[in-house]
Design a protein around this ligand. Structure first.
Ligand code: ADP
Length: 552
């Protein structure tokens, strides 16, 4: 039988970030972009921003930037960085946001790996480039972004061009080229929590669709009426896609610049500028809770605190709820643009089950598909809330390869991306991360989830933070050891025994850590996650003959 295929008669409209720029200009001119400054704030509207984006594109062209060239940024969350977020991809080049907390050798590696041509640097960060002098030959020009202060002397990087001078020399109109949606718009290196950084390259199409996904009501639900304060760095997975979601919706944008870790500044900025949505990793909120409890400060206008990057400890969500800050838990990674799943209680959830639902990593977002697979056999596992295996995903904003072809095995033969996260999925579809493949503790042939143990320990009233790693054990292969930081008022006043006692009715007996080691601070990665590589490297072996707390 002859099959007749009818072609769709819709336009082949290229999904590019130029559309977001179009909305900024035509619809959202009045929306504000506010950036924290040393004194007060810098305030502008999108009507001020767009001509500067045009000028910047002109300046890039004059500097010799051509379609496909990589343009690096070493910058905080501020309006100039936002201008680069638009001008670079919309002129056809590729925005490469450098992680300013990387070690110099990692920075050198990623600049050379990406072969960046021009580098834009915020004035307070010039010092980070000093160790790279003479080692980043692909960089032809460095542009300094400053409110007036000169670059520190002796950086050895030659002449730096001044951002504002470059912009002033250009016209307010730029003839934006026609782009293909498949072109790269940005690249971001993984932060190397479990290995060397690898380049993830986003296309215009992936970023456009991701932006639409972020905005959905069951996802982050950002509207024009919102004021969004992204505390997630603009170098970290494209700031979770927030800059473009804010632009697309016309929401007000509030940037903390370099005061991201300062709870006082964040709370004051959010309060003064009427923030309704905040976004950041759990570490940020741990500091915020302490500050708000101490000062009595409250943020009644905030309706959502987006939180991801690592699991939200139950105690943190409860404290935030008690302060009137409702957390929205999301999961994702650089390779997933990053939005993967969002934890909103599903229709019909009983009120008493809501908190548990919100503490999961949530339900996979529309456009992305998920499955969990057995590590050894690769077989797909059921969504029964019991079986756990590696999360694999596919969809239009999921990476299919790394830049320069590293780690080609990340994609399965049938085209799913291996995330390296281990999870269960409940029959309702909630994803529950058990651990990262590399962090899960193998004890006597069974698996212990370091994440669950950490959460249980962090619920102890005297503990502020806890990270758990597996250390070699002659009999059990590995046993869990916890590194705990007491709350300041309990320093020196909490014992291993009382923590173990506290855990006894919360986790299986054989999960109880062999030791609780008290430390002043958990080492963090460049994006604020517990750095277990550092903990493992510096950990003394499990004490021989230590009466293992677990089996007492
Ligand atoms: P890196 O891989 O260098 O840490 P990413 O920001 O891409 O940088 O990290 C992604 C990883 O962070 C995920 O694979 C997962 O292990 C962890 N992660 C992200 N969000 C969550 C979450 N909500 N709960 C638990 N883990 C999370």
């Amino acid at each position: 039988m002859e099959v007749s295929v009818v072609e769709g008669l819709m336009q082949d409209y290229e999904l590019s970030l130029q559309h977001v720029l179009w909305r900024l200009e035509r619809l959202h001119g009045k929306s504000e972009v506010v950036t924290k400054r040393e004194q007060g704030v810098h305030r502008m509207t999108n009507a001020d921003l767009v001509p500067r984006i045009n000028r910047l594109a002109g300046a890039l062209k004059r500097l010799g930037v051509k379609p496909g060239d990589r343009v690096a940024t070493l910058a905080f969350n501020n309006y100039r960085h936002l201008e680069l977020y638009y001008a670079v991809p919309c002129m056809g080049a590729v925005l490469h946001t450098l992680n300013l907390r990387l070690f110099p050798q990692h920075l050198e590696f990623i600049i050379n790996d990406a072969q960046d041509k021009v580098l834009f640097v915020d004035q307070p960060l010039v010092g980070l480039l000093k160790p790279l002098a003479g080692k980043i030959p692909s960089i032809e020009k460095i542009v300094l972004m400053t409110d007036g202060a000169p670059a520190a002397e002796g950086h050895g990087l030659g002449e730096m061009l001044d951002y504002e001078t470059l912009l002033n020399a250009e016209s307010e109109d730029y003839p934006w080229p026609k782009l293909s949606e498949r072109m790269a718009g940005a690249m971001c290196y993984t932060s190397g929590t479990t290995g060397n950084p690898k380049g993830v390259v986003y296309s215009h199409r992936s970023q456009f669709i991701h932006t639409m996904g972020v905005l959905q009501k069951d996802n982050l639900a950002i509207s024009e009426t919102d004021s969004v304060l992204p505390i997630v760095p603009m170098f970290h997975a494209n700031s979770w896609g927030l800059p473009y979601a804010i632009g697309m919706s016309g929401a007000k944008c509030i940037f903390p610049d370099r005061w991201m870790g300062d709870a006082k500044v964040i709370c004051e900025l959010a309060d003064q500028e009427g923030a309704t949505i905040l976004a950041g990793v759990p570490t940020i909120w741990i500091g915020t809770v302490a500050y708000m409890k101490e000062t009595g400060k409250r943020l009644p206008k905030v309706h959502t605190v987006v939180c991801g990057g690592s699991a939200i400890p139950r105690a943190l969500m409860e404290s935030m709820d008690a302060l009137g800050l409702r957390m929205l838990h999301a999961w994702g990674m650089t390779e997933t643009s990053p939005l993967g799943s969002v934890a909103r209680p599903r229709a019909g959830t009983k009120p008493e089950d809501e908190l548990n639902a919100r503490l999961t990593q949530g339900v996979i977002v529309p456009a992305v598909e998920v499955r969990i697979c057995d590590a050894a056999t690769g077989a797909e596992l059921p969504w029964d809330g019991v079986a756990f295996g590696e999360i694999q995903v596919r969809g239009p904003w999921i990476a299919r390869a790394y830049y320069n072809g590293y780690d080609p095995d990340k994609l399965t033969e049938d085209g799913w991306f291996r995330t390296g996260d281990v999870a269960k999925i409940t029959p309702e579809g909630y994803i529950q991360i058990v651990d990262r493949t590399k962090d899960v503790i193998k004890s006597g042939g069974e698996w212990i989830s370091s994440v669950e143990l950490e959460n249980a320990i962090m619920a102890h009233p005297k503990i502020m933070e806890a990270a758990v790693i597996g250390l070699a054990h002659p009999k059990w292969d590995e046993r869990p050891v916890a590194f705990a930081v007491p709350k300041p008022e309990f320093k020196g006043q909490v014992t291993q025994e009382e923590v173990i006692e506290f855990l006894k009715d919360k986790v299986a007996k054989w999960w109880l850590p062999d030791e609780i080691r008290f430390i002043d601070e958990v080492p963090k990665t460049s994006v604020g996650k517990f750095d277990k590589k550092v903990l493992r490297a510096g950990a003394v072996p499990i004490k021989e003959n230590a009466a293992p707390a677990a089996r007492k």
